[in-house]
Design a protein around this ligand. Structure first.
Ligand code: SAH
Ligand code: SF4
Ligand code: F3S
Length: 441
């Protein structure tokens, strides 16, 4: 029996993978422990920006004392970061003994066992970008009993010029619907009330099937699982968001009207250099289509500032786009060159100081917009799942509106996992404050 400590960085896809690995290890009799006691410390890391990689690098340096004393822990580095820089990590630190790419997930539990017993280094790199070795288990070990992620497609073939994901997660591959539905049912039987379907571009789900089964079909089928109360999905790609998705959403109350539609830039010139395959006009048409059908839909976005060659005018176009679309939330980032991607070798790279300056300006504008939007919601009532304790505040609990806004309210442990009607009493730019009016179950 071995003890493990799981450390997860990056997006929900890594959380999903880490939960599957933990579930499998627990089934094998491994137990979770603190880092200081663990035989195996498992990092599932992200490579999307330099900062994300840096977080793991700085963690890995901390084991030399315990290593000198006990020859422990055995450290595993998994996820996107492993595929990108895992080999360098294993060369630098003697305790990094297992490296495995995201498409080798099915071999990880056996490999962890082997490495902890033999204490020999093992490398499972994704050399064939089409091969996927899955781990046949639902993520039953989760942080949250009521909410679960479910990956519906692996990899990405879009090759946006700034992005490392296609290189570290390999080729696009939809999971068969039967497999997804069976997993969703297992999750619901396990007490899950809210499922979030995951893919780098969920809208292209099924385009690699021959039978015409598409994302909207999957949404319809998953939403009809008995006992599932809320269904969300990320990420939508503006070039592939089609009207059939909106139709299915309109017919199924379980599917939440919250859409993440990353714009990345407000300048057509930069969008072209990013290889996003849409322009502002088609993006606008998609937003109009969504809002016409769902005037109250939550619309969030992602935006990069300081892409190579971004002029002051291009940057102003991004500011104008935020004013125009008035997103509920925007994940903003300064462009971070990723080795091997097309944009990393483009000319006219901006200085870190200039990128930081633009990031501050864009964040200030978006905070102002989000605050204005949220203030309009004061007085509204929403039915939501009380899904956890708020990070701060003794008796503060939280949930999300169907449109995916965080609401904080006073409550107690008893209310966890229940549905409540909440009235919004105050707004901040990043969340709403409410009070519980009644419980529905
Ligand atoms: N598949 C999603 C996004 C995945 S990555 C999409 O197509 O939108 C999540 C976000 O990280 C991206 O939306 C982008 O805004 C940001 N990002 C990706 N690569 C980046 C880079 N090199 N520098 C800065 N931000 C980046
Ligand atoms: Fe990256 Fe573009 Fe794929 Fe999103 S769609 S994961 S940004 S390459
Ligand atoms: Fe990071 Fe990989 Fe997700 S690079 S953002 S963990 S797909």
């Amino acid at each position: 029996m071995f003890k493990f400590c799981m450390k997860v960085y990056g997006c929900q896809m890594n959380v999903y993978d880490a939960d599957k690995i933990s579930t499998d290890l627990l089934n094998r009799g491994w137990v979770e422990s603190d880092e200081d006691e663990a035989d195996s410390v498992i990092y599932v890391g992200c490579s999307i920006r330099d900062k994300a990689e840096h977080k793991v690098w700085s963690q890995l340096g901390r084991y030399s004392d315990r290593w000198d004393r006990e020859h422990k822990p055995s450290v595993a580095v998994l996820g996107c970061i492993a595929q990108n820089v895992g080999k360098q990590m294993a060369e630098r630190f003697p305790w990094v003994e297992l490296i495995a790419g995201p498409r080798h997930i099915g071999m990880i539990p056996d490999a962890l066992m082997e490495v902890v017993e033999s204490r020999k280094k093992k490398f499972l790199m994704d050399e064939d970008q089409r091969l996927f070795l899955d781990l046949e288990t639902a993520p039953l070990k989760r942080n949250n009993p009521w909410k679960a992620f479910l990956t519906i497609a692996h990899g990405c073939d879009n090759f946006c010029t700034y992005c490392i994901v296609p290189y570290v997660r390999g080729r696009f591959m939809s999971r068969p619907p039967e497999e997804i539905l069976a997993e969703a049912e297992t999750l619901v039987q396990d007490g899950v009330k809210e499922i979030t379907l995951l893919g780098q571009n969920v809208n292209s789900y099924g385009t690699d099937f021959q039978n015409g089964y598409r994302f909207s079909d999957l949404l319809r089928d998953v939403s009809s699982i008995e006992g599932l109360r809320l269904l969300r999905f990320v990420t939508s790609h503006p070039k592939d968001f089609t009207e059939d998705i909106i139709e299915v959403m309109a017919q199924n109350a379980v599917i939440c009207p919250g859409i993440n539609l990353p714009i990345q830039s407000g300048s057509d010139r930069i969008l072209k250099k990013m290889n996003r395959k849409y322009d502002l006009a088609t993006y606008t048409a998609t937003v109009d289509m969504i809002r016409k059908r769902f005037p109250d839909a939550g619309l969030t976005s992602d935006l990069i500032v300081g892409f190579p060659g971004e002029t002051e005018e291009d940057f102003n176009d991004s500011l104008k786009a935020l004013e125009k679309f008035r997103f509920d939330l925007v994940h903003t980032a300064a462009y971070s060159p990723r080795e091997g991607t097309a944009a990393a070798s483009m000319e006219e790279q901006l200085s870190e100081a200039e990128k930081k300056r633009r990031l501050n300006i864009i964040n200030d504008l978006q905070s102002k917009i989000a605050f204005e939007i949220n203030q309009q919601l004061v007085g509204n009532k929403y039915i939501l799942l009380v899904d956890g304790k708020a990070p701060k505040g003794e008796s503060l609990f939280q949930g999300r509106t169907p449109s995916d806004k965080v609401v904080l309210f006073d409550s107690d442990e008893e209310s966890l996992g229940r549905f409540a009607e909440v009235e919004i009493i105050r707004a901040e730019h990043w969340c709403l404050h409410g009070k519980i009016l009644r419980f529905l179950d």
